[in-house]
Structure formats: C-alpha cells, structure tokens
Design a protein. Structure first.
Length: 274
C-alpha cells in the first residue's frame, strides 16, 4: 500500500470540495470532475487520464479486496495524490448508493471538430459517427456512450448539449468508456456543413419519417443523428438531414427511450456494414 494522507473529519475542506463537485458550476470553475468506482478509474488510467487525486476507504471495498492496492499504487505512480477517508466521510462524498470505496478527481477536457481529425484517432473508412442533439438526462448520455463504444463508432458528436458530459452520472452510466470514445462538442450549425464537406450522410431518426431504419442504406460514410428525450430532433436536423428513418412501434407508445433507440439504430448499421 503506498503512503496516504488520512482524513477523518466530515468538515475537512477536501471533503467539502468533493461534495461541491457533484454540481456543474463548481466542476467547471475548478476544471475537474469526479470518477467513482473501480472499473471507471481503471479505464481512466488505461487511457492515460491524469488523475490528480484518489480517495479510498477500505471499509467500502467490494469482493476480496485483492485488486485495490494495485490500482492505488498505479494511480499514485501516475501522479495522483492519495487520501484515505473514514467510512462516514466517504459516504458523504460518494454519489453511489452503495459505493465501492474508490473515488478520483480528473481534469476536464474539451474537444472540437478540428480535434477529431487533427488529434484523435483517424476516422475509419468509411466513417461511422453518432450525433446526438440536446440530450437531457445524464443516464441516457452515459448509456449512449456505452452503445457507441460497443458499436465501434469513430466518435460521438454532442450538439447543443443540455446535460454536462462530466456529470458523475454520465461517467457512471458510461462505465468509464467516456475515456475511450472520442467526444466532440459543437453546435448543430457547425456539424452539418462539416459532415457535408466530408460527404458523410446524416441519417436522422424521427417518428414522423416514412422509411424504416432497416430498409435504409446505413453503409458508407454515415452519421446517425438522434434527438432529445422530450422534443426529438430539431427542425434544423429534420430539414437538413440526408435521410429520415423510423423505428416502427407496434404498441401504444409512439417513441422509445433515446438511449434504446440509439442502440437499435447503431446495431442495424453495424449489421449492414458487416
């Protein structure tokens, strides 16, 4: 076990700051965010994310406690300052109902469309992108990230974001793939011409479409475009998309949860693309 600093008081300034980081404004002001959970922290380290602080509480560990010391040593070797909290102090800073005794602080980042080609992994041939507009719920955005990772998309482009990419529930719901899927933040007005210049078809999903998603060509350079939970896609995307597709609904519901609709559409594209 590497050397650690012990924190016992619930009034400790670090404990208070961790609680504040649940909210967006303090996160943005500090330029950091929370990463809670063994799997999420491992995935951050695997991708070279420079964790600045790591907080632990062995009383909350799950399982046989065989993996945590190696993770802690690895984080410290990568430059993280390590702190051990009491069980009550850790319960105060954790946002999970049942924490696993590991919580890290990492720096935020922001990637643009220019970064997608200049700094990130090159687009596949043909490109395969996912564009989401104004997603509202952190859990949905995290699940969409997992789906994008599983489907092998080149990048997730978030247009006109409502929820914060660095919300703790986004990180949790993504199971840490937020660190591995390139995520771009841009406006819809920036993204549409960027796609057009690269001859990437924008296929919008909407209940008002007449073409089934399974009957539409999803091969070639592709960007699947998904709308918000409450309002669906904006008039801009419905007007500007190269194609509009429908997921048929057999029951009384007129739409699916956006994360579920994303999974269905992505894996139809995966099927068609072989």
């Amino acid at each position: 076990m590497p050397s650690v600093e012990f924190i016992t008081s619930l009034q400790n300034p670090r404990v208070k700051q961790l609680v504040k980081l649940r909210d967006r404004r303090p996160r943005d002001e500090a330029g950091v965010f929370l990463v809670e959970g063994y799997r999420q922290i491992v995935r951050a380290l695997d991708k070279g994310i420079p964790l600045t602080e790591l907080y632990l509480c062995p009383e909350w560990y799950l399982g046989d406690q065989g993996n945590e010391p190696a993770l802690i040593a690895r984080a410290q070797a990568a430059g993280a300052h390590v702190f051990q909290l009491t069980k009550d102090a850790f319960a105060k800073v954790a946002y999970r109902e049942r924490p696993d005794g590991l919580l890290a602080v990492a720096p935020q980042w922001r990637r643009t469309l220019a970064d997608l080609e200049a700094q990130l992994a090159p687009l596949s041939r043909p490109p395969f992108l996912l564009v989401v507009e104004a997603i509202e719920k952190p859990g949905n955005l995290g699940t969409i990230l997992r789906s994008a990772d599983a489907a092998g998309v080149d990048a997730l482009i978030i247009c006109d974001p409502v929820t914060d990419l660095f919300n703790p529930n986004v990180v949790r719901a993504s199971t840490g793939v937020v660190f591995s899927v390139p995520v771009i933040i841009a406006t819809s007005e920036e993204v549409r011409p960027w796609l057009a210049r690269r001859h990437i078809r924008a296929v919008a999903t909407t209940p008002s479409a007449t073409d089934l998603y399974t009957a539409t060509d999803l091969c070639g350079p592709l960007a699947i475009v998904m709308g918000s939970e409450q309002y669906g896609l904006s008039d801009f995307w419905l007007r500007e998309a190269d194609a509009r597709v429908l997921i048929p609904m057999a029951g009384q519901a007129d739409s699916l949860n956006v994360a579920m609709a994303t999974i269905i559409t992505l894996f139809e594209a995966v099927r068609q693309r072989g």
